[in-house]
Design a protein around this ligand. Structure first.
Ligand code: SF4
Ligand code: SF4
Length: 392
């Protein structure tokens, strides 16, 4: 297959964080020390070569960037200080932009002012919609002393809007996943993938999506640090997914005017999920601020924007709850608008176009790796069953 050299590739990757990659002289030390690199998926040197030689198609068809969990060991031992771990991170940002057919993801990543502008623009639209269409604010309280939030923002209306937004995000994300799949499968044009391989591979997809366990193999920083990092990341993932399901699927159960007793599942599910989010997001922000570990030393603006949006969403959600159950009517209404003005841009900008998308692409890359492995095994078995030429 002929490859067209993309002369912008190095510059794009440098803009996305791989600033020192031209120092690499391809010694291969990084691939040798990487705890996750295997014979059939060797990285990061291979990815560095693709970038240095402008092989965009090869890069877009690679699953390797998604297999790196940024332990930093390759960067710490690189004799040229070329920061290969940061190159892998920049490659993931590049791929999120490349998979996205709208071109929005690429623009957001290459110019952080565009990402910030998109977030602020969407936030302004949400505020205007509330000013124009929200229901009446009332200081009249419920029998338990809670604020009547549903007169201002009826759960059934917000639920419909959630479904519309969720459907749009799903279409965008799934169409990008389809492009990712096509690129990866194109790298082995002779490989026939039976439907059964896609079905059998689903166990890999769900296991890695829900456990993120691949992370635990990335022991470059030591087992204890790896386990702690995995746990913090898992807290963000679990808290986020729980809140997303509550808001999109169970909003009428979750957004009530009634103040339930403390033992009610509505309260403790919400408390556990927001507690996990606060701990995970807070730890990630502090780690990036302190820059102690290699993986936290080189934050891209998109890393900060994502974490700050998540933190603001969590904190404003907690405040809405506290104000509501304590009967502080106007504080509840105003904080609810702020909460939605952060939540909507966080979902619309981050899920299909930016940092959040890695939650989908990582397990899908592992899934496609498994599918390809099974297809190769099937192909090899079929070849062995073919009649062999008779030896004379
Ligand atoms: S990034 Fe560093 S360790 Fe890896 S091949 Fe280049 S020079 Fe060698
Ligand atoms: S950061 Fe860690 S997992 Fe990623 S390529 Fe380097 S050594 Fe491998």
């Amino acid at each position: 297959m002929a490859h067209v050299v993309n002369t912008d590739l190095v510059d794009d990757l440098k803009t996305l964080g791989a600033r020192q990659i031209e120092a690499c002289f391809n010694c291969g030390n990084c691939t040798a020390v990487c705890p996750l690199s295997k014979d059939d998926v060797a990285f990061p040197r291979r990815i560095i070569r693709y970038v240095q030689t402008g092989m965009k198609d090869r890069l877009c068809g690679s699953i390797e960037p998604w297999l790196c969990y940024y332990c930093g060991q390759c960067s710490e031992t690189c004799p040229r200080n070329a920061k290969p771990g940061e190159l892998m991170m920049a490659a993931r940002r590049y791929l999120i932009g490349a998979y996205d057919w709208t071109g929005i993801g690429r623009r957001l990543y290459l110019d952080s002012r565009v990402e910030l502008g998109a977030v602020l623009g969407l936030a302004a639209i949400v505020v205007v919609l509330f000013v124009l269409f929200a229901g009446p604010m009332t200081t009249e309280l419920t029998a338990e002393g809670g604020v009547k939030l549903n007169t201002f923002a009826p759960a059934r209306v917000i639920e419909l809007l959630d479904w519309g937004m969720g459907g749009l995000l799903a279409v965008l994300l799934l169409s990008n996943v389809w492009r990712m799949h096509r690129w990866i499968m194109r790298r082995e044009p002779g490989l026939k993938v039976p439907l059964g391989a896609y079905i059998r591979g689903l166990a890999t997809l769900f296991t890695h999506f829900f456990t993120q366990k691949q992370w635990l193999g990335c022991k470059g920083a030591g087992e204890r640090i790896t386990a702690t990092k995995w746990f913090k990341h898992f807290c963000i993932f679990a808290g986020y997914v729980t809140m997303f399901v509550l808001i999109v699927v169970f909003l009428r159960w979750f957004q009530t005017d009634a103040v339930h007793p403390i033992w009610h599942p509505q309260r403790w599910v919400g408390y556990i999920a927001t507690g996990a989010l606060l701990y995970g997001v807070g730890s990630a922000l502090v780690a990036r601020w302190q820059k102690r570990h290699e993986s936290h030393k080189h934050s891209h603006p998109s890393d900060w924007i994502f974490l700050v949006l998540l933190l603001l969403t969590t904190v404003s959600g907690i405040l809405v709850h506290l104000f509501r159950i304590n009967g502080l009517a106007y504080a509840t209404y105003v904080t609810y608008v702020i909460h939605m003005a952060v939540l909507v841009p966080m979902l619309v900008v981050e899920v299909p176009f930016s940092k959040w998308a890695h939650l989908a692409y990582r397990p899908i890359a592992l899934y496609l790796q498994r599918v390809q492995q099974q297809a190769r095994e099937t192909q090899a078995r079929t070849a062995n069953l073919q009649p062999q030429p008779v030896q004379s």
